[in-house]
Ligand binder design. Sequence first.
Ligand SMILES: CCCCCCCCCC/C=C/CC(=O)SCCNC(=O)CCNC(=O)[C@H](O)C(C)(C)COP(=O)(O)OP(=O)(O)OC[C@H]1O[C@@H](n2cnc3c(N)ncnc32)[C@H](O)[C@@H]1OP(=O)(O)O
Length: 302
Amino acid sequence: MALAVGMRVLTRALLRPWARGLRVAPGRTGPAAGGGDGMRCFGSPRVLVEPDPAAGVAVVKMRNPPVNSLSLEFLTELLISLEKLENDKTFHGIILTSDCPGIFSAGLDLTEMCGRKPEHYVEYWKAVQETWLRFYLSNLVVIAAINGVSPAGGCLLSLTCDYRVLANNPKYTIGLNETLLGIVAPFWFKDTMVNTIGHRATERALQLGLLFPPAEALRVGVVDQVVPEDQVQSTARSVMAQWLAIPDHARQLTKTLMRKPTADRLLTERDADIQTFVRFICRDSVQKSLHAYLEKLKQKKG
Ligand SMILES: CCCCCCCCCC/C=C/CC(=O)SCCNC(=O)CCNC(=O)[C@H](O)C(C)(C)COP(=O)(O)OP(=O)(O)OC[C@H]1O[C@@H](n2cnc3c(N)ncnc32)[C@H](O)[C@@H]1OP(=O)(O)O
């Protein structure tokens, strides 16, 4: 039932004008294309997929410049790529990384949450929910190769992965910093963090809106490994090999066992969660905070 609802959201998204033609954008043969067996890079304008069929792995590169903000279009393209890889028996794992230098993802796109109509907020929030559910429950092994800063929704996306490798650069902070923007991380953001670093550490991190630099992120457990920047991709590949050596069905069932209760909470409260989001985001005070935050980002340059 829940899956059917999810499929409807995805199907509706695919029917949107900007989503048409996104299914396959054949490209050059990928550098990781498994010894030249002819499998090409594919993807969409904002998501580049480099398949390595010999290894059963695809590298999914986010490229929504300048900061990989998670806009509606970008989320839809990510979902389409994920679905395509899940439906292709060649692939058992994906490495999620960024094609934007120094930025993994700036999180949810603030312009999707500012000055829009309530109907837009509904549509956007459905896509955010769907992305979280799909990545969190994916049967594939998903490893985040975090090669840049990763606040809020960017951090959440990495938390849906099975393992996180972070580049050791003090600028590459990671965390759920929503309170700094005057907004609140929804319960399923919070649950995902609690499942990763525990209740007390989450309580502190979320209230203070902490963005952890690499050493701290490793200490608290937000990431599993910190490596020199030029070793992020190779480390993600070695970790992937380790995970893929486990019998798939046993690993998948264990993942489901661990994650389903958390996902079920959102699945049963999905509509209420949308209403809560829309009510919250429509508040004058919240809109003012978000506008002010966006302005601050823009003025930073000048
Ligand atoms: C009980 C109550 C329950 C309530 C339930 C509802 C609650 C709602 C929850 C909503 C959850 C939201 C989660 C989020 O993800 S919010 C987004 C958080 N993101 C951030 O705080 C990051 C903001 N960005 C930055 O800090 C920096 O941009 C950067 C990522 C560190 C990169 O810095 P850099 O110097 O390289 O780049 P610029 O800052 O100059 O940015 C370049 C342009 O990109 C625009 N930008 C940046 N981030 C975003 C974004 N998240 N969305 C949209 N646009 C973004 C920035 O404005 C620049 O634009 P410009 O070129 O036009 O000036």
